[in-house]
Design a protein around this ligand. Structure first.
Ligand code: SAM
Length: 472
């Protein structure tokens, strides 16, 4: 097997030999000042780095250079994403699963976890609870079970979610995180109007992947790794990559992630829309210490910074698996989307107290959405509930070219302010409202074009009067 970025075969575009060579090259050059300066100069052009270049940066431990990496990541984040952070929540539909994933509490052999699948009535109740928190964007999650959770079930749930208009609420974007499937099923998801299709690779190391997924359809590494190509063939423009950090060594996963991104760009002309960086957590029947590749918070932040530099146009997502403290650090270095007020159990949003019995993993950030919004603003970030891009047809290469030219800012910034205004009026506490109104007033001045500024001011008044869902 030789490395070929354009191949459609998993083992050629995620090539074990190339990854091992990359790690060796990075270790050998981690103190090569001349090379590192060259890589950083290239990175400063904001056009990204390849997996070898980025791996050298990740390996480098010279204090001064690491500071340069962090400063550049922070600057690139500001240039492409401003000070906005997009908010979303996961919605767990079903924990029925036929796979044997060793790190996941939903694995088939776990007989003490209650199995649950939401009925459409229950989906409705969960969505109303999420709308009442202020959410506009969801990521739906389900185990893999062709009998209990067939594609028709997922499609029914998507239809139900989009149909619910409770008070001023609406879910305007549904991202989907379900197991690898066929081109035909991806086409059905596209036709159902999903936002991003998200699938975590878990680990790029084939040998380890097969050990960690001993049974069930997910055991097939090639089928799983080639899923994004099938999704794109099925017409889904926006796909989200991720690895579950902790399963294998981070150097391997980091190179694999970037090679996957390069592959999508080379074959489909558009890289991943997002990259998620989850870490293995404790869960029912799961002890994260069973996996000996745990990652320090420092290295975790460095990975985020290097991803930011390597793929400046790809959004980066962090969930409530991380604590408030880690989220504070890592957001600065390049994260653009976070979840808030999450419940990772099936039916969790309609329970008064956070239920733990069907949780997929322990949540480390237990704050409410209002508290997360408040905290973001106190740290000078604009919480954004914007869902405009895919609804305006700005997906795939259209989105990427607007992003690369910087024009996307003309939409994102005003949309963030208008959706924040909706949140403040409909869902926020008094304190959050007060801080938010001041933030909107201040941030209007950062809208580049006077004409857009005037339109935003007009629309903010209309939102006060009861109108909703304006967007650029
Ligand atoms: N069943 C689908 C699949 O196989 O891709 C959907 C994904 S599952 C509901 C969402 C993700 O949770 C998994 O891809 C995995 O990375 C992550 N996950 C599973 N167990 C976890 C744990 N113990 N700690 C943190 N994340 C976990």
């Amino acid at each position: 097997m030789k490395y070929d970025v354009k191949s459609l075969k998993a083992e050629e575009f995620i090539n074990d030999g190339e990854i091992l060579e990359t790690i060796k090259y990075a270790t050998e050059h981690k103190n090569d000042r001349e090379l590192i300066d060259k890589i950083l100069e290239k990175a400063e052009l904001r056009k990204g780095l390849d997996h070898r270049e980025a791996s050298v940066l990740l390996a480098c431990d010279d204090e001064e250079t690491v500071k340069r990496i962090y400063d550049l990541a922070e600057q690139i984040k500001k240039d492409f994403y401003g000070n906005r952070i997009v908010l979303f929540a996961p919605l767990y539909l079903s924990n029925y699963c036929v796979n044997g994933c060793l790190y996941c509490p939903y694995h088939l052999k776990n007989k003490h976890i209650p199995r649950k699948k939401l009925s459409q009535e229950e989906v409705k109740a969960e969505v109303i609870a999420l709308q009442d928190m202020g959410h506009k964007r969801l990521a739906i999650e389900a185990g893999e079970d062709p009998v209990n959770n067939p594609i028709e079930y997922i499609l029914d749930c998507i239809k139900t979610i989009y149909s619910i208009k409770h008070k001023n609420g609406a879910i305007r974007r549904v991202n989907v995180n379900i197991a690898a499937t066929t081109v035909e099923n991806y086409r059905k998801l596209r036709d159902a109007g999903i936002g991003t299709y998200i699938l975590f690779q878990e680990t790029y190391n084939k040998k380890n992947y097969e050990i960690l997924h001993p049974t069930g359809p997910k055991h097939n590494y090639d089928y799983h790794t080639e899923a994004m190509d099938r999704a794109m063939e099925g017409g889904i423009d926006d796909v989200g990559l991720g690895v579950l950090f902790g399963l294998d060594n981070y150097q391997y996963e980091f190179a694999g992630l970037l090679m996957h991104a390069e592959h999508l760009e080379a074959v489909h002309g558009v890289g991943p829309h997002t990259i998620s960086v989850p870490r293995v957590k404790h869960a029912d029947d799961i002890d994260p210490n069973d996996f000996d590749n745990s990652l320090s918070d420092e290295m975790f932040c460095k990975i985020a910074a290097c991803i930011r530099i390597a793929v400046p146009y790809t959004g980066m997502i962090i969930s409530t698996r991380e604590t408030k403290e880690v989220r504070e650090k890592i957001i600065r270095l390049g994260v653009s989307q976070i979840s808030g007020g999450s419940r990772t159990s099936v039916g969790g949003y309609t329970e008064k107290e956070r239920p733990h019995d069907t949780e997929q993993f322990d949540v480390s950030d237990n704050r409410t959405l209002d508290e997360v919004v408040n905290w973001l603003m106190r740290n000078d970030y604009i919480p954004s509930f914007c869902t405009a891009c895919y609804r305006e047809g700005r997906t795939g290469d259209r989105f990427m070219s607007l992003c690369k030219s910087g024009q996307i800012q003309n939409c994102c910034h005003p949309n963030a302010l208008m959706t924040l205004k909706e949140f403040l009026l409909d869902y926020a506490s008094e304190d959050t409202k007060r801080i938010g109104e001041a933030m909107i007033e201040k941030e209007i001045d950062n809208i580049g074009k006077d004409k857009v500024k005037d339109i935003v001011r007009e629309r903010l008044v209309k939102i006060e009067q009861g109108d909703r869902d304006f967007r650029f």
